[in-house]
Ligand binder design. Structure first.
Ligand SMILES: [Zn+2]
Length: 255
């Protein structure tokens, strides 16, 4: 395990993250919400930007690309399905493609639903997953361009990763997500423990991410839509998991 990461806030509640390979000196920005905080993070770490790995086309993940590319001549990797909506793309990737950052080896998982072409980047040897706006800590992205069934399948793909995978998501929404999750699973001990942890982190002005996939599986209702207790809680006992997921997502939209 050689990868190093550096996490920082961008815009209002977006996360920027740098992924660094100390062996070859390569550094990737996962998404580029805005250039200035990424430049500041590069300065603070002394790392040189070689790549930008884009998860999806939304402006709050891509607005920094042009300035960074101009300054660093870095490679821009983007999902094949939405490359036409992303500036200055050098390389497009699809399901199971390999993405290298120096000697670090990642693989692409297509995780559509939030947008139609959304992808996640998984670095199995380093146990890292960069999931953009598909999965949040104790939440998930809004289903904007896809269908709830599609989003549920994407979440299942991420859920299949090892429990000790560290999950980096695109936004700091955890405290609000926890508040909502408690309305779905009132008696979930792992969720209540996470709630206390998150309150402490937020009070200390610290990020609540990354979490591990194991923690998310235990407490994130959107990853638990195939459990009888979650179906029961939203009045859909015996229904397919994606319908339970759709109902939980709909309730979150209204919350
Ligand atoms: Zn988005």
């Amino acid at each position: 395990m050689t990868a190093q990461t550096h996490l920082f806030l961008c815009l209002k509640d977006n996360y920027g993250v740098l992924l660094h390979d100390p062996v070859q000196g390569a550094t990737a920005a996962i998404d580029a919400p805005e250039a200035a905080p990424i430049e500041a993070a590069l300065k603070a770490t002394g790392w040189k930007l070689t790549d930008i790995l884009v998860t999806h086309h939304h402006a709050d993940h891509t607005d920094g690309i042009a300035a960074l590319k101009q300054h660093h001549r870095c490679r821009v990797v983007a999902p094949a399905g939405e490359a036409s909506k992303i500036p200055m793309v050098d390389e497009t990737v699809r399901e199971h493609d390999t993405v290298r950052v120096g000697s670090l080896q990642g693989r692409v998982l297509e995780t559509p639903g939030h947008t139609a072409g959304h992808i996640s980047y998984v670095f199995p040897e380093d146990k890292l997953a960069f999931v953009g706006d598909t999965l949040f800590s104790i939440g998930c992205g809004r289903v904007i361009e896809g269908t709830p069934e599609m989003m549920w399948q994407s979440l299942l793909k991420l859920r299949a990763l090892p429990d000790d995978t560290r999950v980096f998501c695109g936004h700091e929404y955890t405290q609000a997500n926890v508040r909502f999750a408690k309305t779905i699973e009132t008696a979930n001990a792992a969720l209540n423990a996470r709630a206390q942890e998150v309150d402490k982190l937020v009070a200390a002005k610290k990020p609540t991410i990354p979490s591990t996939l194991g923690e998310e599986k235990a407490a994130n209702p959107f990853l638990r839509a195939d459990l009888p207790e979650v179906a029961k809680s939203v009045g859909l006992s015996g229904q397919p998991a994606w319908k339970v997921f759709a109902e939980v997502r709909e309730r979150k939209n209204r919350s």
